[in-house]
Design a protein around this ligand. Structure first.
Ligand code: ADP
Length: 482
């Protein structure tokens, strides 16, 4: 499903919202159950127990007043009895309203017994007031029996109620346990779902972003193949399509640039070679006798055309290297003869500048897979720079040795050194430092860029170490052939 970024995020958040709402709804539902049970315990069971106690106390007191009246015949005692009777009946009604079916049965029974007790008392009161003779003990027994039965019923209500409360508390504890377990399960499941969902959504976004990132890095490194495949989310798929179009366009421009450089270099090389040859012939006296002044001018012409041919060749090399059009002829060879050849080639310049060149080769060096011509080019560039930047009477040392299973070559000079901030930049094409007066021959800023390209194509690394005023040391390492 190709959902847009917006839909993915919205859907994700909605799902999380629904899950959280469901968990909350369940928790609220459970809380309401606890609330109902607790309320019923507090407002019904406890209240009924209170009423039961009040009724029992009132019955006791009432019976005491009634007995006092029988003994003392004081009307005040009987009035108290009557007042309590009203109270008792009112409380009985209240209890009836709160009671469940079983308690209501008992309360009806109490009501009937209480009625009978009242009737008995009324009968006895009439006898007392009429001053008739009657057997008091008979009445007392009958009244006590009713009082005992009522008290027994009240106790039964109390016992039942306590049992009901206990059962409710049990149910409450069970519900809490159950709710706790279910809540833990639901919450864990929801958390897991949320984490998985977030991971899925994040991954579906970060994966194409990572692809875009690595593509951007490739473009920055000058690789423009348009092969980015992202089908969703649509926004990033569109971005990938735009990236591919950009790569195609950049590739075209790069090809055009390489074509331009190589055709321009070719165009320049032919006339320059003619100039060089012509000047050489004139210097050799082919055009007749030349004056000293003419010879001087012709020598300058020869040197400058040589330098220009060098620049054009470097440009041609670099454009071929960058376009990947330079075919390497790899061979498994020893590097020592190549180093010695490069040192020998530079000998005339070294002599002219009265520089000492030392070679420190840990012979025999392990063989390496390399293109000898290209490696010679690297050595020429490094040695050329070292000699170029080393003042008269200075020293250049070329060293080679196996280091950490690799072949390491270094070219050290006693020149002016390179500022730390330029150490990386000097390997970029057209980068030239400011060395006024340090060398006689101006450079192109291409030599190190070409060297880096060649060494990288050999699977190696190249870098420089230097301090201003302390000379420079250029290193490169190459993998040894197994
Ligand atoms: P160039 O033709 O200018 O020498 P390179 O690419 O060979 O081009 O070198 C780039 C820059 O690096 C030089 O212009 C110089 O500033 C610096 N450089 C290279 N080699 C040395 C060295 N041995 N000593 C000091 N500076 C150097």
């Amino acid at each position: 499903m190709r959902l847009s970024l917006f839909s993915r995020l919205t859907l994700g958040y909605l799902t999380i919202f629904v899950l959280v709402t469901a968990v909350s709804a369940y928790a609220i539902h459970q809380l309401r159950r606890f609330d109902t049970l607790t309320r019923s315990i507090l407002s019904i069971d406890n209240r009924l127990l209170d009423l039961q106690k009040v009724l029992a106390d009132k019955l006791d007191t009432q019976s005491r007043f009634e007995q006092n009246f029988v003994l003392t015949k004081k009307e005040a005692e009987f009035e108290q009895f009557l007042r309590l009777k009203e109270d008792f009946e009112a409380q009985l009604n209240q209890a009836n309203a709160l009671a469940d079916a079983a308690a209501q049965n008992l309360l009806s029974q109490i009501q009937r017994d209480y009625q009978s007790y009242q009737e008995l008392v009324a009968e006895e009161v009439q006898l007392i007031r009429a001053k008739k003779v009657y057997t008091q003990t008979e009445y007392k027994q009958a009244k006590d029996q009713f009082i005992d039965t009522i008290q027994a019923s009240l106790n039964e209500i109390k016992a039942n109620q306590q049992q009901a409360t206990y059962a409710k508390l049990n149910q409450l504890a069970q519900t809490v346990d159950q709710a706790l377990q279910v809540s833990i399960m639901i919450t864990s499941a929801c958390l897991l779902a949320i984490v998985l969902l977030s991971l899925l959504i994040t991954r579906s976004i970060t994966r194409p972003v990572a692809l875009l990132k690595s593509k951007t890095r490739e473009i920055a490194e000058g690789r423009f193949d348009a092969g980015l495949r992202i089908s969703s989310p649509p926004e990033l798929a569109e971005l990938a399509a735009a990236f591919n179009r950009m790569c195609e366009r950049l590739g075209e421009i790069e090809r055009m640039k390489a074509d331009f450089f190589s055709s321009m270099s070719h165009e320049l090389r032919t006339p320059l070679t003619s100039i060089k040859e012509g000047t050489g012939l004139l210097l050799d006296g082919v055009g007749g006798q030349t004056t000293d002044k003419q010879r001087k001018l012709l020598t300058i012409l020869a040197e400058e055309s040589n330098r220009l041919i060098g620049v054009v060749n470097s440009l041609l090399d670099l454009s071929k290297l960058e376009a990947g059009m330079l075919n390497y002829a790899f061979e498994t060879v020893n590097l020592d003869p190549l180093i010695r050849r490069a040192v020998a080639e530079i000998a005339p310049l070294v002599e002219a500048k009265q520089i000492t060149v030392e070679t420190a080769i840990d012979a025999p060096l392990p063989p390496a897979r390399l293109d000898p011509e290209r490696m010679l080019q690297v050595l020429r560039n490094l040695l050329g720079n070292a000699v170029k930047f080393t003042p008269k009477g200075g020293q250049v040392t070329v060293a080679a040795s196996p280091v950490d299973g690799k072949l390491q070559v270094s070219v050290q000079d006693s020149g002016p050194g390179i500022p730390a901030e330029s150490l990386a930049a000097i390997f970029e094409k057209f980068h030239q430092g400011n060395h006024k007066g340090a060398h006689t021959r101006p450079g192109t800023g291409l030599g190190l860029a070409i060297a880096k390209n060649i060494i990288t194509s050999h699977g190696g690394e190249i870098w420089a170490e230097s301090e201003l005023g302390q000379g420079s040391k250029f290193f490169f390492v190459l993998p040894c052939s197994a």
